[in-house]
Design a protein around this ligand. Structure first.
Ligand code: TYD
Length: 215
């Protein structure tokens, strides 16, 4: 049986994670691998219910409540979906994971990073990605993309998209700090380029990972 792998895509709003997760999933399926593409918050039945509360701009949440909600979502996601898929030898691609909590609730909201690290470990049951790709982009550009998308679909901004640019700058700095602290796990790609260029670089990084871990 092929060895299971866990890959996460991270980044600020509008950095193209969802598009790239789908492209990567399709590319890997074409090589004959079994792939699960999933996302946080959400990815399970309980998670989608949590997600609705988490993103609703009409719901006001204390920082601790916000953090515990997204961790509850992760605890369920890891145990119900991620671990079993990896145990079946699949490649799991998650659009956001623990680094989003560190970047948004830690760097963005200011929650204590040390305590957050411990809570993240509890929620993830120690499950760490084999590779994390941060799609990096100036926050103004990303927010413009999400606002254009919101206008196009007629839906309003969610609780995070409605935050000030200053908040999103702290989140971006958070992702870059994580990448700097863990260079063997995390790579940063410039997302301000055409989709095909970025997807080719992601593919190269994933091929390297597969060569390294599944020779
Ligand atoms: P989503 O619609 O998935 O946005 P995106 O396309 O930007 O990924 O919304 C997820 C939002 O939830 C996003 O604004 C980031 C936020 N979030 C956190 O604040 N903490 C977390 O741990 C996770 C997973 C997401």
């Amino acid at each position: 049986m092929a060895k299971g792998l866990f890959i996460t895509l991270e980044g600020v709003e509008g950095s193209g994670k969802t598009t790239q997760a789908a492209i990567l999933g399709d590319m890997l399926r074409q090589t004959g691998r079994r792939v699960t593409v999933t996302h946080e918050p959400g990815g399970t039945r309980a998670g989608e219910t949590i997600r609705a509360i988490f993103l609703d701009p009409a719901v006001s949440l204390d920082v601790a409540a916000e953090l515990l909600l997204v961790l509850a979502d992760r605890a369920q996601h890891v145990r119900e979906k991620l671990r079993p898929a990896i145990a079946r030898g699949e490649i799991v691609i998650s659009d956001r994971y623990s680094d989003s909590t560190t970047a948004y609730q830690g760097y963005g909201r200011g929650f204590d990073l040390k305590l957050l690290g411990e809570l993240n470990r509890l929620a993830s049951d120690g499950m760490t990605p084999d590779l994390t790709i941060v799609l990096d982009l100036q926050v103004e550009k990303g927010l413009e993309r999400t606002r254009a998308r919101a206008r196009g679909t007629g839906r309003g901004s969610d609780r995070f998209e409605g935050e000030r640019a200053e908040f999103h700058r702290k989140v971006r700095d958070g992702f870059l700090a994580i990448a700097k602290a863990e260079p063997e796990r995390v790579i940063v790609l410039d997302a301000d380029r055409p989709i095909e260029i970025v997807s080719a670089e992601i593919r190269r990084a994933v091929d390297d990972l597969i060569k390294r871990l599944c020779p």
